[in-house]
Design a protein around this ligand. Structure first.
Ligand code: NDP
Ligand code: BG6
Length: 476
């Protein structure tokens, strides 16, 4: 019988992602009884901590929302951290990983333990770690029983070529079906709901095409800046940071054709087909911006280049508005756009689908017609779906008002909305790849943007300035 025991090895356990997302998600799964009985978590990084020091460090971010009773939560935290161990070492040393292996052997319940290797480290050291793990003989070769899986986080390369290199080199250690490319947006509740909304309801799919839809926009705004993450961000910029991955994934779920069945391969196939029909983006399709001094509420905030982690002369864009066209029968001629920016006026991610006006609308008066319908899916914050439609304004006369049918998750559901990392980590343990990025999706997504990214880099295109806290560059 296949073993259910699992060890989760978090490489880069001292970092921000591990502390803020991975350990809290594992704890949430533990509180819901969703982790296998025999699980252990092994943190690995260069920083020196004893097991106990490390347990204290991670405890501060373990959330109690699944166990609001203070005593129950404290008991759960104690039980959970007792399963968390820590080893320090060098990322490129198989000896360090053999030290880790020794600790694992002393802890694990048997030899048949399944393993998740979670790379919570900068991409520049992915291959050092993969090679050291491979050399230490850690990875189960057949990948079946016990299985070994690796989780890597975006960014997967800087362009098509570097992404292919990473894919090829990683495949020497982990086969494609052992590789889980994490794009955490795919784990967000409203993004998971896109397929259900579109394909489990009768009313949308017949209208989901160029005959009825006028435009589709995906908007991603943060009202914070890089806040000390410039070391990473400045090398990538907003297109590589969120557009080529998170937002193209969202757009492909919105626009893809119905999969033949609910299976990861069928969904991935349709997503790839959609991405392959997006016209390669040109420089003229993009407005780039970079935030300058401005305000967040009443507080003054400095420009992007005033962040200590950003070079003073940086021309890395913190804002992009990208026009996209999809060359297929369903969408030909419908404008799609993605707008993404840091240091803007609000924090929101939403999809807005604007429907066309009613043909021959009998309520048009002197050429002025009631507003067209809109479907808005607000991914965050305050998850909601609303459908704007025209009504007669109550009272005498025939006047019109647009109102929203408003589905706010907070009011509509009693359930706690899980963090994206909870859903995705559970899927890794269960071996469900539906919400992970396949090699083909990755290639197709890079092909949309690689030529224009190279052109922007080579021509050193200077982004337009915009004030922190504004809606973006004026040319928008
Ligand atoms: P960190 O910068 O916090 O790095 C994680 C750990 O890696 C650090 O604690 C450090 O551990 C080690 N490390 C950092 N820089 C180097 C270096 N140059 N050489 C060797 N080791 C280094 O990263 P995050 O935790 O923020 O992110 C980890 C991964 O997840 C990255 O790929 C990132 O792009 C991705 N990601 C992060 C998100 C987040 O919310 N933070 C969101 C989405 C993706 P030590 O010094 O102890 O070895
Ligand atoms: C990360 C980006 O992938 O997503 C960050 O690197 C961004 O720049 C973050 O801030 C946003 O994630 P979320 O889940 O807070 O919207």
């Amino acid at each position: 019988m296949a073993s259910e025991a699992v060890s989760i090895i978090i490489v880069g356990a001292s970092g921000d992602l591990a502390q803020k997302k991975i350990y809290p998600a594992l704890f949430s799964l533990f509180c819901q009884g969703l982790l296998p009985g025999d699980f252990n978590v092994f943190g690995f990084a260069r920083s020196k901590f004893t097991h106990d020091e490390f347990r204290v460090k991670i405890s501060s971010d373990l959330p109690c929302h699944y166990t609001p009773d203070a005593k129950e939560c404290a008991d759960n935290q104690k039980d959970f951290v007792a399963r968390c161990h820590y080893v320090s070492g060098s990322y490129d040393s198989s000896d360090s990983f053999l030290d880790l292996y020794q600790v694992m052997q002393d802890t694990e319940p048997s030899r048949d333990v399944n393993r998740v290797f979670y790379f919570a480290i900068p991409p520049s050291i992915f291959m050092d770690v993969a090679d050291a793990i491979g050399d230490a003989g850690f990875v189960a070769c057949d990948g079946v029983n016990p299985w070994s899986r690796v989780v890597i986080e975006k960014p997967f390369g800087r362009d098509r070529q570097s992404s292919d290199t990473l894919t090829r080199e990683l495949a020497l250690i982990f086969a494609e079906d052992q590789t889980f490319r994490m794009d955490h947006y795919l784990g967000k509740e409203l993004i998971q709901n896109l397929l259900v909304l579109r394909f489990a309801n009768l009313i949308f799919e017949p209208l989901w095409n160029k005959e009825f839809i006028e435009s589709v926009e995906v908007v991603w705004k943060e009202n914070s800046g890089v806040d000390g993450r410039g070391g990473y961000f400045d090398k990538y910029g907003i297109i590589r940071d969120v557009v080529q991955n998170h937002l193209i994934q969202v757009l492909s779920l919105v626009a893809m054709c119905p999969p033949d069945r609910y299976s990861s391969s069928s969904i991935a196939e349709k997503k790839v087909k959609l991405m392959r029909s997006i016209a390669t983006v040109q420089v003229d399709d993009i407005i780039l911006g970079q935030y300058k001094d401005g305000k967040c509420g009443s507080k003054d905030v400095g420009a992007y280049t005033s962040d200590d982690t950003v070079p003073d002369d940086s021309i890395t864009p913190t804002f992009a508005k990208v026009k996209l066209s999809i060359n297929n029968d369903r969408w030909a001629g419908v404008p799609f756009s993605i707008t993404a920016g840091k240091g803007l006026d609000k924090h929101v991610t939403r999809i807005r689908i604007k429907f066309r006006h009613v043909a021959n609308n009998i309520f048009c008066d002197a050429g002025v017609c009631p507003e067209a319908n809109e479907l808005v899916i607000r991914i965050q914050p305050d998850e909601a779906i609303y459908l704007r439609f025209t009504n007669k304004t109550p009272g005498m006369g025939m006047n019109f008002t647009s109102k929203d049918l408003d589905l706010r998750y907070k009011h509509a559901f009693d359930e706690i909305i899980p963090d994206a990392y909870e859903s995705l980590i559970l899927d890794v343990i269960r071996g469900d790849r539906s919400l992970f990025v396949t090699k083909e999706e990755l290639e197709a997504a890079w092909d949309i943007f690689t030529p224009v990214l190279h052109e922007i880099d080579e021509q050193k295109i200077v982004p337009l300035p915009y004030a922190f806290g504004s809606t973006g560059p004026e040319a928008e």
